[in-house]
Write a protein of this length. Structure first.
Length: 333
């Protein structure tokens, strides 16, 4: 694709600068001693919630306000248009505009991962190119799942290989079986890790054995594993994950960055104590109450949460009280 080739050439200097700015891994995490990944994903990434106005239009002013606050937290970068960004509910135009807005507000030394996965390979490639043009550093590509019965290992390898070949920016695989009903097969991950433009996976399944095996089986490749939830972040680091894309970071960004630091510096007892206090709040804003719960919790910590887009419904008063009690019981409110 000529457009992809031109974009890739124009983006190389910026990608090189981001590689130089990346924090170095500590011994004991996923990168073997003496080896550094070419594009370091180590650290915490909040998958941004997309703010909406009372009329359910994207609220860019409140998005920028949240981004200013996040700039003070030592995140490795941000994820736009992940599951917590209500990605399926945004029009293509809105998706590109959101990424452009985030890129303008994001410090230059921080990575921007942008969701670009669609159901067809062609649409995924087209949106990935658009995300690169809008300023994304990495494309986060969720598994196509509408015809999940046909999504064999071979079909998924073909899909991601085509995307990796055409993408002007690096690609991170995204497996989120709670939403897609589809776990990216281990065989596919191992094969795709060998692709020069596929640099990692965000795994939200929570199977630590699987994550550890991914790290082990891809250890010779330039490939990193990211935990997809704060509830199993410490365990993921223990088996070699590089970082985490955690919904709870929208609310408790500093504590999650502290947990990242404790794991990297081998302070495992302190890390375990902190991890324990994060498990219940994380479950509350993911599995239990989902995005409406996440947005409500954001408001208690000074961020704009606001409404979700229909058909996602707001929490009931009883659910709000239960959510608040969960944060209070763990010492966060």
């Amino acid at each position: 694709m000529a457009l992809s080739t031109r974009l890739a050439a124009s983006l190389r200097p910026a990608r090189a600068a981001l590689r130089r700015a990346a924090p170095r891994h500590c011994r004991g995490l996923s990168t073997p001693q003496g080896s550094e990944p070419s594009f370091n994903l180590g650290g915490i990434f909040p998958p941004l919630a997309t703010p909406f106005s009372p009329t359910q239009e994207v609220d860019y002013a409140h998005l920028e306000e949240n981004l200013r606050r996040y700039a003070r937290i030592p995140f490795r970068g941000l994820v736009a248009l992940g599951s917590n960004g209500e990605y399926p509910y945004l029009a293509s135009r809105e998706r590109v505009e959101v990424v452009s807005c985030v890129r303008r507000a994001l410090p230059k030394d921080r990575l921007l991962l942008a969701g670009s996965g669609c159901e067809s390979t062609q649409a995924t490639i087209e949106l990935t190119v658009s995300m690169a043009e809008a300023g994304a550093d990495v494309a986060l590509v969720v598994t196509p799942c509408y015809y999940r019965g046909a999504m064999t290992t071979a079909a998924l390898i073909h899909h991601y290989t085509e995307v990796g070949d055409a993408s002007p920016i690096p690609v991170v695989l995204y497996s989120v079986p709670a939403n897609t009903g589809l776990d990216l097969p281990m065989e596919a991950v191992i094969t795709l890790a060998q692709h020069p433009n596929i640099i990692g996976i965000k795994d939200s399944g929570g199977d630590i054995t699987r994550m550890g095996l991914m790290v082990h089986k891809t250890r010779q490749e330039d490939f990193q594993v990211l935990a997809g939830s704060a509830g199993f972040l410490l365990a993921s680091y223990a088996v070699g994950a590089s970082g985490g894309v955690c919904a709870l970071a929208n609310v408790l960004g500093d504590p999650l960055c502290q947990l990242d630091h404790l794991c990297r510096t081998g302070q495992w007892q302190e890390a375990r104590d902190l991890q324990h206090r994060l498990i219940e709040p994380n479950a509350a804003v993911t599995r239990r109450f989902g995005i409406p719960g996440l947005k409500k919790a954001m408001e208690w910590f000074g961020y704009y949460g606001g409404p979700c887009r229909a058909p996602l419904a707001p929490l009931s008063p009883a659910q709000v009280e239960e959510l608040r009690s969960t944060f209070s019981a763990n010492g966060w409110l």
